[in-house]
Design a protein around this ligand. Structure first.
Ligand code: DHK
Length: 143
């Protein structure tokens, strides 16, 4: 079975220590474990990078090998045309996830380019959004 790609953008490697009043104290490693538990027997590729080109490369891998994408583009949500262009090529379901409710934050966080191609958007559920998104994706992929 083709894997689900979970792709995380810049600064998310600092989760747990990064502005816990906004992002909580769950670490990225703990989020990965939550995703893998939710995925069960379905293979899952879990990635994080602070580099835009790396996220684009992982989306290309998903285009060739993956069945679904869960992406927290972090700060790249709002300005990355290369990431948007790559996601436009992906034929399967895409869930865009933000740990915080970006719509209650500063104006700079209000308009995600990725939302123009996402099947669904989760924002404000904290780390709990990740396993929920994985389970939703498993229910919406072609077996
Ligand atoms: C994470 C980030 O790093 C911010 O740039 C986004 C997002 C919000 C989050 O809530 O997961 O604006």
């Amino acid at each position: 079975m083709k894997p689900v790609f979970v792709i995380n953008g810049p600064n998310l490697n600092r989760l747990g220590k990064r502005e816990p009043e906004i992002y909580g104290r769950t670490t990225l490693a703990e989020i990965e474990a939550m995703c893998r538990e939710a995925a069960g027997a379905v293979p899952l590729r879990f990635h994080q990078s602070n580099a835009e080109h790396q996220l684009v490369d992982w989306v290309h891998e998903a285009i060739d090998d993956g069945c679904a994408i869960l992406i927290n583009p972090a700060g790249l949500s709002f300005r990355s045309i290369p990431l948007l262009d790559a996601l436009k090529m992906f034929p399967g379901p895409i869930v865009e996830l933000h740990i915080s409710n970006i719509h209650r934050r500063e104006e700079i966080y209000h308009h995600s380019l990725v939302s123009k191609v996402a099947t669904a958007v989760i924002a404000g559920l904290g780390a709990s959004g990740y396993p929920l998104a994985v389970r939703w994706l498993l229910d919406h992929i072609d077996s």
